[in-house]
Design a protein around this ligand. Sequence first.
Ligand code: GDP
Length: 294
Amino acid sequence: MTIQWFPGHMAKARREVTEQLKMVDCVFELLDARIPFSSRNPMIDEVIKDKPRVVLLNKMDMADPRETQKWISYFEKQGIYPVMLDAKNGKNLDKVVKAAEHVTKEKFDRLAAKGLRPRAIRAMIVGIPNVGKSTLINRLAKKSIAKTGNTPGVTKKQQWIKVGKVLELLDTPGILWPKFEDQLVGKKLSLTGAIKDSIVHLDEVAIYGLEFIQKFDLATLNKHYYIDVTEEAPYIELFDAIGKSRGMKNKGGEVDYESVVELVIREIRNAKFGRYTFDRVDELEQDNVNIDEV
Ligand code: GDP
């Protein structure tokens, strides 16, 4: 589903999440492991404040495992507890529960010291659209929960889902907007399927994706499309080679670029080439930007 974000919607979404946060002991901030920086809501720290938090790097099955490790270290260095996850196939779900126990331990120890009876940890999931919030809720609930929470502004009665003995999860995720004001971030969001509408031009998205694979994994690119381009080849040469190899031509016999763009984006979105991480910790650290300031 495409969500159009307007200032009014953004303010309302933020208000709703702030309300939901009052009910929980900890927050699961769900990110796409292929773009842990670009899939973060720009105001997330202001919204979550000092509520105990776990960062979940979802879709790890489509991300580069070495880069995911670097991101795990990165978050640890920031004092944030990270867990890599594949919600679709139910990998590492147990680690999600363990992480919640870890980050709320201090609070529950304090409650116990005051003589309060132990109770389940209450948690909620927050993230931008399409990062896998509903998939994770359904996995943890071990059943299908209706996806009505997915339109900002549409409220429904919220319920707690029991996850084992120790955790209770809010059945409605908090949905916040992506960082769509930055062009490069927009391309990465589109390339990973986080946004499917026309915030960015699709040809630019395809060029970005192809050039990324040309730079980091040229042999795979050549093998995948039965082409033979060099590291220096300009993108138009890549489009021509792929179009010819796949027989994507228009009536005049020329390469049908629109079809090539569509093909390339679809295949990168579904990790048909391989597992790529488009946000690189190295680049972030090189630029010396703080992840929360952008
Ligand atoms: P939401 O908008 O955040 O609730 O996202 P959804 O739960 O609807 O998931 C968006 C898409 O991502 C769906 O097609 C899911 O099947 C897919 N998805 C979710 N988690 C994973 C994952 O860990 N790995 C892969 N490969 N796909 C996932």
